[in-house]
Write a protein that binds this ligand. Structure first.
Ligand SMILES: Cc1ncc(COP(=O)(O)OP(=O)(O)O)c(N)n1
Ligand SMILES: Cc1nc(C(=O)O)sc1CCOP(=O)(O)O
Ligand SMILES: [Mg+2]
Length: 529
C-alpha cells in the first residue's frame, strides 16, 4: 500500500484488472473470485458488534469476510464485563496468515486496543497491498465502556488516519480524535469532518446519531471537496448495538464490490436503517441495548435486497434503448423486443417510451422487468422516475432537462441505478456530484432517433471520457459499422455503446443484437492486446 492510503478510483479498472489477472489462477483452481473484506477487530461474545457484526454485515451484502481478532471481550446487552487483549505478535501472525494467502480487497478496522496492534497492522499493510482501508475508530462501546485508551489517539491521528480511505467516527470519537472539541450541532460536525480530513484520510464520515435534538439521524460526509448531509430517519428501538461496526463493514463490502465511496456510504446507511427498522421489536438479552438482525434479507423477501447489489459498470457494454414507434413499425411488442435483445447479448435495457400513457408505460415496465430479472439484466426507465419507482425497475436515465440526478437519487434511494446524459465536462462533473452511477455521452454520430440532438463526435466523447469520474456509455448513431471504431479508441471510462435504431429499427432484433455483441467483443479483445 502506498503511503497516504490506497487510491480508490471511481473507475473500476483496478478491480476488473485484478479479476483478469487472477483468472488464470481461478481457472486452474476451477473457481471464481468474490469480493473480500478483512475485518481487523475485537470479538463480541454477545455477537451484536465487533467481528461478529462484521461477518454478518458482509454476509448480508454478499461479500466474503476474513477476520483478525485483536481482542476478546466478554460482553452482552448489559455492557462489557471483561477484555482480553490478543498478544501483538499473534495479531501479526493472523494478519500474515490471511494476507499472504488470500486476495483481500478492503481492510476494515474496528477495536485496535493498543499502539502495538496499530503498528503491526500498518506494517502488514506496507507488505501486502489492498485496495482500500476503512477505519472505524472504535474507542468506547455503545454501552459506554472504554475499548481503546487515550494513549492510542496520537497513533490514530499520526499513523492510521493518513492511511485510511475513509474514517467513520461518531460524535464522541470525532471529538476525542480532535483533542476534545465540543460537537453539538451539524455545523460543528462539518467543522470536525474538515479537521479530521486534514489529518490525512481521503474521506470522513462523522456520524451524528448521538446529536441531541434532531428528528433525523444526520451524518456528514466530506471528501475534501464537497460536504454531503446524509439523513436517515431515527428509528425508535433499543436494538442499536453494533450499528457503527455494521455501517463501516457495509461500506467496506460495497467498496470491495467496486462502488464509489459516496455510493458505498449511502448504501451502507440505507442497509443499517432497513436492518434497524426490521429488527426494532426483537428481544435478545435483558440489557438496555440489544443487537439487531443483519440477515433480514434471508427472510424478508424484500425485492430491493434481491436485486443484483451494486451497479456494475461492465453492464454498460451493450446498452439496448427501446423505441415504441420502431417496434410498432415492425409489428412486435415491447416485451418481445426486449427479450430478443437480451437473448442477443444486451447487457442493460432502457425503456424509452416518449409517447406512452402512464398506465400503459407502467404495465409494459412491469412485464419487461420480469423478463430482465429472469436474465439478471438491469432495466432502467427513461425520464420517468415515477414509473421507475412504481414498477421497482432498477433505475432511471435522465437528461439535462429532466429531473436532476440529485433529486432522482433522493427519491430512488442509494441502491437504484441513475444515468445522466452529458455532452460536456461540466455536466459530467455535476452528474457525479448529484450521485449518478454512469453517464451517457453523445451524439457520437448524427441520429434520426432524437430530434435536434447536437453531435459531439468522437472528439467530444474523448473529452468527456477523459474527465469523467463515472463510467461512460457512448450513444447516438452507433451501429455495426462504427461501434468498433468507438470502442477501439480505448477511451478511459468508456464501458460500452447504447443503441436504439441499430437494434430496434430492424426486422430481426435478435440477429442484429448478436452481430453488434460479437463486434464489441472483438473490439474489446483487440483493445486489451
Ligand atoms: C444511455 C443514454 N444516454 C443518453 C440518453 C439521452 O437522454 P436525454 O438526454 O434525456 O434524452 P431522451 O432520451 O430523454 O430523449 C439516453 N436516453 N440514454
Ligand atoms: C436517446 C439518445 N440520446 C442521445 C444523446 O446524444 O444523448 S442520442 C439518442 C438517440 C440514439 O439513437 P440511435 O442509436 O438510433 O442513434
Ligand atoms: Mg430525457
Amino acid at each position: 500500500m502506498a503511503s497516504g492510503g490506497v487510491i480508490l478510483s471511481n473507475s473500476f479498472s483496478f478491480y476488473q484488472k485484478r479479476i483478469v489477472m487472477s483468472s488464470r489462477m481461478q481457472e486452474k483452481n476451477g473457481g471464481a473470485s468474490i469480493p473480500h473484506v478483512l475485518s481487523v477487530a475485537g470479538s463480541d461474545s454477545g455477537a451484536g458488534a465487533g467481528i461478529q457484526a462484521d461477518l454478518k454485515a458482509c454476509a448480508a451484502r454478499g461479500v466474503y469476510c476474513s477476520t483478525v481478532i485483536t481482542s476478546v471481550t466478554a460482553q452482552n446487552t448489559v455492557g462489557v464485563q471483561a477484555v482480553h487483549a490478543v498478544p501483538e505478535d499473534f495479531v501479526a501472525q493472523q494478519l500474515k496468515s490471511v494476507l499472504s494467502d488470500m486476495q483481500v480487497d478492503v481492510v476494515k478496522t474496528g477495536m485496535l486496543p493498543s499502539v502495538g496492534v496499530v503498528k503491526v497492522l500498518l506494517q502488514s499493510l506496507t507488505e501486502f497491498s489492498v485496495r482500500a482501508l476503512v477505519v472505524d475508530p472504535v474507542m468506547v462501546s455503545t454501552s459506554g465502556d472504554v475499548l481503546a485508551g487515550p494513549s492510542i489517539l496520537s497513533t490514530f491521528r499520526e499513523e492510521l488516519l493518513p492511511m485510511a480511505n475513509i474514517v467513520t467516527p461518531n460524535i464522541k470519537e470525532a471529538s476525542a480524535l480532535l483533542g476534545g472539541i465540543r460537537l453539538e450541532t451539524v455545523a460543528d460536525m462539518r467543522n470536525a469532518a474538515e479537521l479530521l480530513h486534514a489529518l490525512g484520510p481521503r474521506n470522513v464520515l462523522v456520524k451524528g446519531g448521538d446529536l441531541p435534538d434532531s428528528l433525523d439521524a444526520v451524518d456528514i460526509f466530506f471528501n475534501g471537496e464537497h460536504f454531503y448531509e446524509l439523513r436517515s430517519s431515527r428509528i425508535k428501538t433499543r436494538n442499536t448495538h453494533g450499528t457503527g461496526c455494521t455501517l463501516a463493514s457495509c461500506i467496506a463490502a460495497e467498496l470491495a464490490k467496486g462502488s464509489s465511496m459516496l455510493t458505498a456510504v449511502r448504501v451502507a446507511k440505507r442497509y443499517v436503517e432497513t436492518a434497524l427498522e426490521y429488527s426494532k421489536d426483537i428481544l435478545i438479552g435483558n440489557g438496555i441495548q440489544g443487537p439487531f438482525d443483519h440477515l433480514l434479507r434471508l427472510k424478508s423477501g424484500s425485492q430491493s435486497f434481491h436485486r443484483k447489489d451494486a451497479f456494475n459498470p461492465s453492464d454498460l457494454f451493450l446498452y439496448a434503448v427501446t423505441d415504441s414507434g420502431m417496434n410498432k413499425k415492425w409489428g412486435r411488442s415491447m416485451v418481445d423486443a426486449v427479450a430478443a435483445a437480451i437473448q442477443g447479448g444486451a447487457t442493460i435495457v432502457q425503456l424509452r417510451e416518449k409517447d406512452a400513457e402512464t398506465r400503459d408505460f407502467l404495465e409494459t415496465a412491469k412485464s419487461c422487468l420480469a423478463v430482465c430479472r429472469s436474465h439478471g439484466v438491469p432495466l432502467l426507465i427513461n425520464d420517468r422516475v415515477d414509473v421507475a419507482l412504481a414498477s421497482d425497475a432498477d433505475g432511471v436515465h435522465v437528461g439535462q432537462s429532466d429531473m436532476p440526478a440529485s433529486v432522482a437519487r433522493t427519491l430512488l434511494g442509494p441502491e437504484k441505478i441513475i444515468g445522466v446524459s452529458c455532452k460536456t465536462i461540466e455536466q459530467a462533473q455535476q452528474a457525479w456530484i448529484g450521485g449518478a452511477d454512469y453517464i451517457g455521452c453523445g451524439g457520437v454520430y448524427s441520429t434520426n432517433t432524437k430530434a435536434n440532438n447536437p453531435t459531439v463526435g468522437l472528439d467530444g466523447l474523448k473529452t468527456v471520457c477523459s474527465a469523467s469520474k463515472l463510467p461512460v456509455v457512448a450513444i447516438g448513431g452507433i451501429n455495426t459499422s462504427n461501434a468498433g471504431t468507438v470502442m477501439e479508441m480505448g477511451l478511459p471510462n468508456l464501458k460500452g455503446v447504447a443503441v436504439v435504431s441499430a437494434l430496434f429499427d430492424r426486422e430481426n432484433v435478435l440477429a442484429e443484437t448478436k452481430k453488434l455483441h460479437a463486434l464489441l467483443m472483438e473490439a474489446s479483445s483487440s483493445k486489451i492486446q
